[in-house]
Design a binder for this molecule. Structure first.
Ligand code: ADP
Ligand code: ZN
Length: 214
């Protein structure tokens, strides 16, 4: 499959993407994960991106497009991909459209995950992330806690609250989403490839997406 996952921070894009990779071997491409690894490794991209990310602002479109232009041409994309957290702005969506045309790739459709705002807020403030850049497993202190001493169940690394998960940064991310990313639903609706999914429980949502894929 080739799909884009749209949805607010905390809508469950990462979880849904991971479950979908198990369906047909398509890979998950998360710009957030790529950027966090770059920050951790201290690459030039990471150094440029860190300040924006910590404040909950978007990283500039040019940086993201450079990254994605390279990423989408790697061999593993031949298996199909699930774009998680990209595109995030209208200019990114327009650039992606041209890039996909150039690479002769069609999208199946764009999945818009619709989640009530109170659910989103609750999830974001209780979310914790594995600090190992190669793992980045997501936990929730209420519904899916790490080990009692705060370690990742998969890799044993400490599970942390991300710098962009302070209350101030969370509110900024939600505002940025409304302003910059929410308009993408209209963009893809006009292209006739948008599908809306009410999503509270990820497994259920994945079933519905699979059914839509046929
Ligand atoms: P969330 O969806 O929970 O906000 P992500 O892991 O997708 O988190 O992204 C974390 C941060 O990385 C964003 O707040 C932003 O700073 C940056 N980022 C990720 N993807 C993009 C993108 N496509 N364009 C611009 N910035 C991005
Ligand atoms: Zn881990």
């Amino acid at each position: 499959m080739r799909i884009i996952l749209l949805g607010a921070p905390g809508a469950g894009k990462g979880t849904v993407a991971k479950l979908l990779t198990e369906y047909d071997g398509s890979i998950q491409i998360s710009t957030g994960d790529i950027l966090r690894s770059a920050v951790k490794e201290g690459t030039a991209l990471g150094k440029e991106a860190k300040g924006y990310m910590d404040r909950g602002d978007l990283v500039p479109d040019e940086l993201i497009m450079k990254l994605m232009e390279e990423r989408l041409q790697q061999d593993d994309c031949g298996k199909g991909f699930i774009l998680d957290g990209f595109p995030r702005t209208i200019p990114q969506a327009e650039a992606l459209k041209q890039l996909l045309a150039k690479l002769k790739m069609n999208l199946d459709f764009v999945v818009n995950l619709e989640v009530p705002r109170d659910v989103i807020l609750d999830r974001l403030t209780t979310r914790r992330t594995c600090s190992n850049p190669d793992c980045q497993e997501i936990y929730n202190i209420k519904s899916n806690p790490p080990t009692p001493d705060g370690k990742c169940k998969k890799c044993g690394s400490p599970v942390i609250q991300r710098d962009d998960e302070t209350e101030e940064a969370i509110l900024n991310r939600l505002e940025t989403y409304q302003e910059k990313t929410a308009p993408l639903a209209g963009f893809y609706e006009r292209d006739g490839i948008l599908k809306n999914f009410e999503s509270i429980e990820s497994q259920e949502t994945v079933k519905k997406i699979k059914a839509a894929l046929g």
